[in-house]
Design a protein around this ligand. Structure first.
Ligand SMILES: C[S@@+](CC[C@H](N)C(=O)[O-])C[C@H]1O[C@@H](n2cnc3c(N)ncnc32)[C@H](O)[C@@H]1O
Length: 241
């Protein structure tokens, strides 16, 4: 069975989320590198790096930073200079030796895509991949805010894409069903996003099991403190030993 995340992250995703751009990545990484200077040295993985908007900036500070993503179309959109530093593959099978990474970043919610069991296994693996004192930056949504302010129906138009979305909470997942229309060609397709909603305490508990200790939580890419109304939940963890 083909999973939603195998097909959705393509050129249409890039068009619809074009506002998630290099400037946002620059602000986020600038703050993250101050909170976690470990990111600036040694092997650091930008996991689910997409078209490399964060990796491009990170590599200016750290020439050993590299990225991994499942999406061929997004990887092909990455700047040519990043090519040697990009791996294609599933994050459930990261081809890296345990205990070797100085840092791992997951930018813009690439966590919670799988079953609860697989998500937990992924967190365990992230902990195992880090060397002692290594850092994990987990940029995730604010699950309570999402549940509290859910907009059930919405239409947005970005460039040549019109997206009619229906959002719902299904069990412990946020599910977004979209009908995408190419306004230039009239082409229509259906896509799905389905993300397990984890509360900050769930994430912290999972991280502790993986040998990680919370260093800082931020609620915005600019580094503001996390509150109930924060748009993001950005946890910076360190491997405790
Ligand atoms: C919301 S996007 C974030 C992309 C990027 N971090 C950014 O901020 O622009 C999620 C990313 O996760 C990638 N992804 C989804 N499932 C994956 C998997 N099983 N293994 C590796 N990457 C995956 C997608 O291809 C996509 O690039």
């Amino acid at each position: 069975m083909t999973e939603w995340f195998e097909t959705w992250f393509d050129e249409d995703y890039a068009r619809l989320y074009a506002h998630r751009d290099a400037e946002e990545a620059r602000v986020a990484l600038g703050r993250a590198m101050r909170v976690a200077p470990e990111l600036t040295q040694g092997p650091v993985l930008d996991l689910a790096c997409g078209a490399g908007r964060h990796l491009e900036i990170l590599r200016r500070a750290n020439p050993l930073a590299f990225g991994m993503d499942l999406s061929r179309p997004l990887l092909q959109m990455a700047p040519g200079g990043l090519r040697p530093w990009l791996l294609r593959g599933d994050m459930r099978q990261i081809p890296v030796k345990d205990g070797t990474l100085h840092g791992i970043c997951l930018w813009f919610t690439p966590f919670g895509y799988f079953s609860d069991e697989e998500n937990r296994a992924l967190m365990m693996r992230l902990g195992a991949l880090l060397e002692n004192n290594g850092v994990l930056v987990m940029d995730y949504l604010n699950a309570d805010l999402v549940a509290r302010t859910l907009v059930p129906e919405e239409t947005v138009e970005r460039g040549v894409i019109r997206a009619q979305s229906r959002r719902s909470l299904e069990g412990d997942r946020l599910v977004k069903r979209m009908v995408l229309t190419r306004t230039d060609t009239g082409e229509v397709r259906d896509v799905l996003e389905s993300v397990r909603l984890y509360h900050p305490t769930d994430l912290q508990e999972m991280a502790v099991r993986a040998g990680l200790r919370l260093r800082r939580v931020m609620g915005t890419y600019a580094g503001e403190a996390f509150t109930d109304d924060s748009p993001r939940w950005i946890g910076v963890f360190e491997k405790a030993w």
